[in-house]
Design a protein around this ligand. Structure first.
Ligand code: GLN
Length: 283
């Protein structure tokens, strides 16, 4: 079979549209560009080029996977987060652009602390791919961080992402449920914990339910289990001047604030995401 880049893009787009994939044009472009390692400009300027049979085969296989609802970045095996390329694995939640808001929210506090401290120590609970911790480390040269996770697979991925981004000397992966195996006191504790109520997980898109690890989504009966577990012990691991930054579900602002205020925390900031939903809290 002979086909140009433009032919294969059109074919992917056509199949995605037919199957009701939400954003067929973007997904076709991201997928084909990612598989062929082309920029979005090259996708246009090289559109008349003929592809090799191997390239065509690779694209067809990936299109099939997308039709099975696998997200584009899972198929490609990586996603950019806060400008860092991050590998994904079955044990890691796919980092979302909304989570960059937590990084943006926490950074000014950290930069402020860095003025008075020579060295900052960060803990990212449930680090997954390492996204939040590595983004903070890349922005704060004076910081080192622990990424903890219950999943050994996630920790392997987080470690390799640290290496990939030249942050391995400042990043430590620790297998731990909440604070169980954590030692030290931190200038910043951050987390995007599982926060979906168990009984609504099946309502999420198949892209999420079939491909994100359920342990990274399931927040128990009311979606708040993780916050309660973190709030229970967090004070013992915080520096007196430290901050705690959390991603939250769109309807959890009041509940999560109450959980932490009951443990003596004071809410410093609440931030909305691109969809105008509550998304991050700083204590
Ligand atoms: N933001 C994710 C979703 O809506 C959930 C992530 C989480 O539970 N931390 O699918």
């Amino acid at each position: 079979m002979s086909a140009t880049l433009a032919d294969m893009l059109a074919e992917a787009r056509r199949r995605f549209t037919e199957a009701g994939i939400v954003d067929p044009v973007t997904d076709a472009r991201l997928l084909v560009a990612g598989l062929l390692k082309l920029s979005s400009t090259e996708l246009l300027t090289r559109s008349a080029e003929k592809l090799s049979p191997e390239q065509i085969e690779v694209i067809f296989k990936a299109v099939e996977r997308r039709l099975g609802h696998e997200p584009v970045h899972r198929i490609l095996g990586e996603r950019e987060f806060y400008g860092l390329p991050l590998g994904l694995s079955s044990g890691t939640l796919e980092p979302r652009p909304d989570t960059e808001i937590l990084v943006d929210t926490v950074l000014p506090y950290l930069k402020d602390l860095a003025k008075a401290q020579r060295h900052l120590h960060i803990l990212d609970i449930g680090t997954g791919s390492g996204a939040i911790c590595l983004a903070l480390l890349s922005e704060c040269p004076a910081a080192s961080g622990i990424g903890s996770d219950i999943s050994a697979d996630a920790l392997r991925t987080a470690k390799s992402n640290a290496e990939r981004n030249g942050l391995q000397d400042r990043f430590q992966a620790v297998q731990s449920k909440w604070f169980e195996n954590i030692q030290g006191s931190f200038h910043a504790i951050v987390s995007n914990p599982p926060y979906i109520a168990s009984n609504v997980i099946h309502d999420l898109a198949p892209e999420v339910t079939k491909f994100d690890p359920v342990a990274a989504l399931d927040g128990g009966p009311d979606g708040l289990d993780a916050y309660k577990a973190i709030a229970k012990d967090a004070v013992r691991f915080m520096r007196p001047d430290g901050i705690l930054g959390l991603e939250i579900g769109y309807d959890q602002r009041n509940d999560v604030t109450a959980i932490f205020e009951a443990k003596g925390f004071r809410c410093l900031k609440s931030v909305k995401d691109y969809g105008q939903n509550d998304r991050a809290l700083v204590f």
